[in-house]
Design a protein around this ligand. Structure first.
Ligand code: URA
Length: 188
């Protein structure tokens, strides 16, 4: 199967998934979207209110800011792939629980394998913890770190920057490094 077919298959499975309790309260599962051959994959935390309504990732206020960050970095949303560590909304936007992260991880792993991006950008601490379990976001944000042959760039979550205006300039600056990291990753 090619990457597009694999992603379509995963999305179909996610839409009817009952592997954890989050399926009871979801309106729409949010598998993720973007190019099957994306060079950059963004991984957030989990769908919020608007994503749950629409079945699409990062379409609420944090998504609008992500769009701005991408645009400022010279990237287009349609050229990347965007997903989350959990594909269904945690009620009231609470943190995803360990068993929910475990239940959903296979979908993310298969998405990663199908897309095989040059760079993985983690948005927030839950997706960072998948690749860098012992890191502190305040130490590593905006850096490009090789982990098991993959280039990981941890970023503050766009929603955090919306809630703490002092982070906004930091996130903008961190995103502005992505084109250079991409060039570095293309060189191997
Ligand atoms: N926050 C996330 O982490 N993911 C989304 O899809 C939306 C908001």
């Amino acid at each position: 199967m090619n990457a597009e077919d694999v992603l379509t298959q995963i999305a179909a499975e996610v839409s009817v998934c009952t592997k954890c309790v989050l399926h009871y309260s979801r309106k729409h599962a949010v598998p993720g979207e973007g190019r099957p051959d994306a060079e950059i994959m963004f991984i957030g935390e989990g769908p919020g209110f608007y994503e749950n309504e629409q079945g699409r990732p990062f379409v609420g206020p944090a998504g609008k800011f992500l769009d701005e960050l991408l645009q400022r970095a010279g990237l287009k949303r349609e050229d990347v792939f965007i997903t989350n560590v959990v594909k269904c909304r945690p009620p009231g936007n609470r943190d995803p629980q360990p068993e929910e992260l475990v239940a959903c991880d296979d979908y993310l792993e298969r998405q990663l394998q199908a897309i095989n991006p040059r760079i993985i950008v983690t948005l927030g601490r839950f997706s960072m913890a998948k690749f860098l379990p012992n890191a502190r976001i305040s130490d590593v944000h905006g850096k490009a770190l090789w982990v098991n042959g993959r280039l990981i760039v941890p970023m503050y979550h766009p929603a955090a920057a919306l809630h703490q205006p002092s982070l906004k300039a930091t996130v903008i600056e961190d995103f502005s490094r992505l084109p250079a990291y991409l060039e570095m990753a293309r060189q191997g």
